[in-house]
Design a protein around this ligand. Structure first.
Ligand code: PHB
Length: 571
């Protein structure tokens, strides 16, 4: 199985068809080709195992010329959607802004995610929201409480409709065209190899079974998944209707046969699940009025400079197409008119129109009555992988870049009681005296990161923890007086950084800044540490602070993007 064999990987054929269908004249077709090819590369890199790849491998996999792939990855790197680690390109968090645009425009996670969380707490089981995506199903919200060893899906993952509860709920409303499309896909890919999030199936689904489940969902208003995805995994799904009566999404509860049989789960959760769906329908109804009239915030999107400024290899039409997709995040209700898209992106109308039509041809955008809105398929562009990245993986590339810039080791820690705990680290090649690995702990009071973390707490709380630490002289230089430590922590809060020389270990100095989570609170600390040498501490601080602050800002931007629609756990 390769990325290009899969359902979501067939970009080349799609692109050519789109170019032919969506644009009448050849020059227009040529002008959107970099966008189509850029999306082909992003789709390929979204396939499991391809999130990091060399341009040469991408060229072989996509069938695109090596020189084309080089220009695409250089452009995507410049836009922040991917970055290089040595010779490998890897997907980067800013790419999530595309998926975030779809999620914002759909309005469903914003309106319903809190209810999903609450339900998961109440049931102590995973709860999710999924929307129809062609003849498949795509997750748009997840509150995971999975204790067993079964699969956990991420926002953006797609399932075949015939193998899950939400699929039967959506199929309950299908007419002949939808069943025909499903049949064609199913015949072309009977083992679901085009759905990388699910284990591929050995025996093909019998259409009759799926039709029976869809009919049950139609007459009873709910559907069961009795281990359709993998042994042990059971789920119950109910529809959540939009104010116009169509099914907006499916609300599911998932469990495991070690806790519930499928029927037992239905019996246990259905009444509450139905009440929750009814409450969600009321929320959507209340929101409907607001959304139709207010519209989303139309921020100016990624002004893309002139070609000279961006380098000869920069693919402006790829950058512009992605800016158009992001701009659609402001779409509410039925969508945005062309004029609004042109305005938000600063693009000429004809350019914006060509990009919109190309995106529509690829299944990323819908248009109706001159209004454009993004479709769930946008989430196939790296969203599931990036939303699944744990915090340390998210900060690691930034640490790598920081170390390359300052040639000293960089680390990220969190506060755990009175200790700092290392959760990410990028060492230099130079030998450091401090033998630090992930999971290493130090007392907070004699460290720069500890002081930054304590400074993020209310003063009474940091004072309490300092006292509880029972400070003692770790080196000749350690400050141990509680009043002085309280003053240092207060100064750290004002200054926004801390610098510590030889208080934890002779010969070792560290400069640290806070990392704020999406809620604005200090969530972690970032430092650069090295030998004290003969340079005065002030000089070291001045030398390191700009790089530290820029890195912290880049990490904080990623934290905001990554936690826009899901709860990112910071250890
Ligand atoms: C899930 O949320 O993981 C889920 C939902 C419905 C299914 C299977 C899994 O049928």
């Amino acid at each position: 199985m390769t990325a290009q064999d899969g359902r979501n990987g067939g970009g080349k054929a799609d692109s050519d068809a789109t170019a032919d269908a969506a644009t009448a004249d050849t020059s227009a077709a040529v002008s959107v080709r970099p966008l189509e090819r850029g999306l082909t590369v992003l789709r390929t890199m979204s396939w499991p195992g391809w999130e990091r790849a060399r341009p040469g491998e991408l060229a072989r996999e996509t069938g695109l010329a090596r020189s084309t792939v080089d220009r695409i990855v250089a452009t995507l790197d410049r836009l922040g959607c991917l970055r290089f680690d040595g010779r490998q390109a890897e997907l980067a968090v800013p790419l999530m802004e595309l998926g975030n645009a779809y999620l914002a425009a759909s309005g469903l996670p914003d309106a319903l995610a809190a209810d999903v969380e609450e339900l998961a707490d109440r049931f102590d089981e995973s709860v999710s929201l999924a929307v129809p995506d062609g003849d498949g199903v795509r997750f748009i919200a997840q509150a995971t409480r999975r204790r067993s060893m079964s699969l956990a899906f991420r926002i953006g993952d797609a399932l075949p409709a015939e193998r899950c509860g939400p699929g039967a709920v959506f199929a309950a409303t299908w007419g002949t065209p939808e069943w025909t499309a499903w049949r064609a896909r199913h015949a072309a890919d009977p083992h679901d190899t085009g759905f990388p999030a699910v284990p591929s199936r050995q025996e093909a689904e019998c259409e009759q079974d799926f039709a029976v489940r869809a009919a049950h969902a139609r007459s009873e208003g709910w559907a069961l998944d009795d281990q359709l995805i993998e042994p042990g995994l059971v789920a119950v799904a109910v529809p959540v209707h939009a104010p116009d009566g169509t099914v907006a999404c499916a609300l599911s509860t998932v469990s495991h046969t070690s806790r519930h049989t499928a029927d037992g789960l239905a019996e246990a959760v259905l009444p509450a699940l139905r009440r929750a769906a009814a409450a969600m329908e009321r929320t959507l109804m209340d929101r409907d009025g607001e959304r139709a009239t207010v519209g989303g915030e139309l921020e100016a999107i990624g002004a893309v400079g002139g070609k000279a400024e961006l380098g000869a290899g920069f693919l402006q039409s790829l950058a512009r197409g992605l800016a158009v997709l992001r701009a659609l995040g402001a779409a509410r209700g039925d969508g945005l008119p062309l004029t609004a898209v042109a305005e938000a992106t600063g693009l000429p109308r004809a350019t914006a129109r060509r990009a919109l039509h190309a995106l529509r041809g690829l299944g990323y955008v819908a248009s109706d009555g001159g209004l454009f809105r993004p479709l769930p398929r946008v989430l196939e562009l790296g969203y599931a992988h990036l939303t699944g990245l744990p915090f340390p993986d998210l900060v690691q590339p930034h640490l790598r870049q920081l170390v390359a810039r300052v040639h000293e080791s960089a680390s990220v820690t969190v506060l755990d009681g009175t200790d700092i705990l290392y959760v990410a680290r990028a060492p230099t090649v130079r030998i450091m005296s401090a033998n630090i690995t992930l999971g290493t702990r130090f007392p907070a009071y004699p460290t720069a990161m500890g002081r930054v973390l304590l400074a993020g707490l209310p003063a009474t709380e940091s004072a309490r923890r300092l006292k509880e630490s029972e400070p003692r002289p770790v080196t000749r230089h350690t400050v141990t007086s509680l009043p002085e430590l309280r003053r240092i922590v207060a100064d750290t809060a004002t200054a926004g950084h801390a610098a510590v020389d030889e208080e934890l270990e002779e010969g070792l100095r560290s400069v640290a800044v806070p990392l704020h989570g999406a809620d604005g609170r200090v969530a972690a600390a970032l430092n650069v540490a090295g030998h004290s040498g003969t340079t005065p501490l002030d000089a070291t601080r001045e030398a390191l602070l700009p790089a530290l602050r820029e890195t912290a800002a880049a990490i904080e931007a990623d934290l905001r993007t990554a936690s826009r629609h899901h709860r990112l756990r910071i250890p």
